[in-house]
Ligand binder design. Structure first.
Ligand SMILES: *[C@@H]1O[C@H](CO)[C@@H](O)[C@H](O)[C@H]1NC(C)=O
Ligand SMILES: *[C@@H]1O[C@H](CO)[C@@H](O)[C@H](O)[C@H]1NC(C)=O
Ligand SMILES: *[C@@H]1O[C@H](CO)[C@@H](O)[C@H](O)[C@H]1NC(C)=O
Ligand SMILES: *[C@@H]1O[C@H](CO)[C@@H](O)[C@H](O)[C@H]1NC(C)=O
Ligand SMILES: *[C@@H]1O[C@H](CO)[C@@H](O)[C@H](O)[C@H]1NC(C)=O
Length: 296
């Protein structure tokens, strides 16, 4: 009996631990990557399939939380999930904000990381052996394109993007960052989609083709000959963080329907934009390689 209890306590604690370390939740990343993979050009779809291991069954979304799982074995990668601004500053500034907040190293933020892994992937199909592991570059890029669209990944430095603001999500104690990574999506799934992730993804995809059809071209757009445009996405998140995430969610507040019903459309929009832009970026990366396109 005692032994049974110990095992049970161990399992439950482990489950709580796992739950607490989830980011933009697994669900958020699956949604972004499923939307993206369905929008790939032939050349990009082929490249992605080749870069994924057999075991992934050509499902990019199964690897889109990989970057969270390696945060402990690659400690340098921790800073790459965020681009926080000084307190109460609601606009992202590349020069000021893109750095590792602990070490001060410049360029180590989600914006720099998207540029970094985009550049690495441009070596795909080149005659010279790439310097970096391009499978990992794909995993990182796919993950960070999700993160950068979560407003509180571009929140304030002092509260760690809402991680240090304790609120109640309905009756449950939660931190504000987690509310945006996980809880809003979870509540949407339960309330509107019978907890079926596939139905939720279908609904977003329908809106991409019907409701947002006009805007989608703008989302995909990247000025001049840039392959990736992460600064734009961080700037949008930074605005949304002030306008939607931090607003009416100070330390100790209780967030209920008022907050949920006005915020979930923002979450849906950001998930849609993340997916559309990940696809557009991968298409620009792999379509650019005409040699590859011709050889396959
Ligand atoms: C770029 O990616 C490589 C390989 O993951 C990593 O070692 C390097 O620190 C990254 N640089 C930035 C600025 O993210
Ligand atoms: C590249 O990274 C993937 C994912 O971590 C790994 O499975 C694979 O073995 C790596 N490839 C090389 C050549 O190191
Ligand atoms: C789709 O768009 C409709 C109309 O704007 C909106 O009511 C609904 O919440 C949207 N659904 C998703 C999943 O974005
Ligand atoms: C895309 O960006 C270019 C250059 O910044 C601009 O000229 C064009 O009008 C934009 N197109 C859309 C659909 O936003
Ligand atoms: C396309 O790829 C070639 C090399 O493969 C590179 O020289 C060129 O700069 C790329 N184009 C853009 C717009 O980055």
């Amino acid at each position: 009996m005692d032994c049974y209890k110990i095992v049970l306590v161990t399992i439950v604690s482990f489950m709580l631990l796992v739950q607490n370390t989830k980011e933009w939740g697994e669900d958020g990343h699956v949604i972004v990557c499923k939307i993206a993979q369905a929008r790939l050009s032939d050349a990009a779809a082929k490249a992605v399939k080749k870069l994924l291991p057999e075991s992934a069954n050509n499902d990019l979304s199964s690897k889109c939380s990989w970057a969270d799982h390696v945060r402990f074995i690659y400690p340098w990668s921790s800073a790459l999930h965020f681009a926080d601004t000084p307190d109460s500053v609601c606009s992202y500034n590349n020069k000021r904000d893109c750095k590792d907040q602990k070490t001060g190293i410049k360029g180590r933020c989600v914006v720099g990381a998207i540029t970094n892994y985009t550049n690495q992937l441009l070596d795909y199909g080149s005659a010279i052996k790439p310097k970096y592991n391009l499978t990992q570059a794909l995993y990182f890029l796919s993950h960070f394109m999700g993160d950068i669209h979560q407003p509180l990944h571009c929140g304030f430095v002092s509260d760690k993007g809402g991680n240090e603001i304790t609120v109640h999500w309905y009756t449950r104690k939660q931190n504000l960052h987690h509310v945006w990574d996980v809880s809003i999506i979870e509540t949407e799934l339960e309330r509107f989609y019978d907890s079926e992730l596939g139905e939720f993804i279908d609904a977003i995809q329908q809106n991409i083709t019907k409701v947002w059809a006009k805007e989608v071209e703008e989302w995909e757009n990247c000025s001049l000959d840039n392959i990736a445009c992460p600064s734009i996405y961080a700037s949008e998140s930074s605005v949304d963080a002030c306008k939607w995430a931090y607003k009416d969610a100070s330390e100790g507040s209780t967030l209920k329907d008022d907050y949920f019903l006005s915020r979930f459309p923002i979450v849906n929009l950001r998930l849609a934009q993340g997916g559309v832009r990940l696809a557009a970026t991968l298409n620009r990366i792999f379509d650019n390689d005409t040699k590859l396109a011709m050889s396959m």
